[in-house]
Ligand binder design. Structure first.
Ligand code: AHM
Ligand code: MG
Length: 341
């Protein structure tokens, strides 16, 4: 980062101003992507408010399942889905949304919208009710079909390399929004009393290596040989095991501290658990922009061609050296399998 950059966008800059200033760097930018990012930030603030009151919402729910607006009480992941879709629909820049919560593509009605968003509105569902960090993950693509029509599946099924922006919100001990538009990664912390996100983590870079490995070892009986051996290697190196079971939180910690997060293929789930379009691609764009790496064990995640909206893929993400080490172990496994055939 140059001194000019530091002075231009110091820590404490509001997200809105930051987005505006970044837009000025591109003389032909129309402001539509900026608006889209602001819409996501707005929905994130609303979802953050709901999450902070989640225990109380449950109490209110016991009194007839109605909230103050007279709406039925719903689970937080459904509420988050509604909030993000509403914000993107009202913003007008997005023609189509792919959400973890909806089987089909969602047409926003904004046929002039140039963008497609893939989103996991509230990830880490098993942690929602127990006050553990959860997150939102999103990817933004430019549509390939002409404007003036509804978005198509082809607009959605683009490789991660076509992302124009990606980010996540972590609802943790503080709430943060971290995003990239392909020019580095910046993190903003939410100040609830002011209702604003402020730049707190400029130019996030992933340590090249680290001493944390994150994997659900309860599944180790189902791990394939390469994964089992890589985990054994991590133990030999005395790495720390850290696994929250919330992808965003596990990823965020490893991004800042150095480490690797894995959700591999298992004997029972040949493609692992995580979804390519709205979990893996977004975090892969961010990690690469921060100098890290993301792989399915063999191939770069962002080059995988999605075939279906909700497809899954094995996932190894984090510090470059650790991901490459994991790939070495996986390559040995694939070579042995090939020999046996
Ligand atoms: P979800 O989209 O249903 O919330 O599932 C995704 C979550 C990730 O946040 C987390 O890393 C993973 O599932 C945990 O899975 P497991 O409980 O199998 O370890
Ligand atoms: Mg999810």
């Amino acid at each position: 980062m140059t001194l000019h950059d530091k002075l231009a966008l110091p820590v404490g800059t509001t997200l809105d101003r930051f987005i505006m200033r970044k837009q000025e760097d591109f003389p032909y930018a129309t402001g539509e992507l900026s608006q889209l990012l602001r819409d996501i930030a707005l929905a994130a603030k609303i979802v953050n408010r709901e999450i902070n009151r989640s225990g109380l919402i449950d109490i209110a729910g016991a009194y007839g399942n109605r909230n103050v607006q007279g709406e039925d009480q719903q689970k937080l992941d459904v509420i988050a889905n509604i909030r993000f879709i509403r914000a993107l629909r009202n913003g007008g820049e997005v023609c189509t949304i792919v959400s973890e919560e909806d089987e089909d593509m969602i047409q926003t009605g904004n046929v002039q919208g140039k963008y497609v968003v893939a989103i996991d509105p509230l990830d880490g569902s098993s942690n929602i009710d127990v006050n553990v960090s959860i997150g939102t993950i999103f990817s933004v693509y430019r549509r390939v079909s002409p404007t003036g029509t509804e978005g198509t599946e082809q607009d959605c099924l683009q490789t991660g390399t076509h992302q124009v922006a990606a980010g996540y919100v972590i609802y943790g001990s503080s709430t943060m929004l971290v995003y990239t538009t392909g020019n580095g990664v910046n993190g903003f912390t939410y100040e609830p009393s002011l209702g604003e996100f402020f730049l707190s983590h400029p130019h996030i870079t992933s340590p090249q290596t680290g001493a944390i490995y994150s994997i659900n070892e309860g599944l180790s009986n189902d791990f394939t040989e390469g994964v089992r051996e890589f985990v054994a290697y991590c133990k030999q190196q005395n790495y720390s095991a850290r696994y929250i079971g919330s992808l965003v939180a596990d990823f965020h910690r490893n991004l800042l501290k150095g480490g690797i997060y894995m959700y591999p293929a298992t004997r029972r789930a040949a493609k692992g658990k995580l979804r390519l379009m709205y979990e893996c691609n977004a975090l892969s764009f961010i990690v690469e922009q921060a100098g890290g790496k993301a792989s399915n064990g063999q191939q770069r995640i962002m080059e995988l061609q999605p075939q279906t909206l909700h497809e899954r893929c094995p996932f190894f993400i984090g510090s470059t050296e650790l991901v490459e080490k994991a790939e070495e172990f996986m390559a040995r496994e694939y070579a042995e399998l090939a020999e046996q055939k």
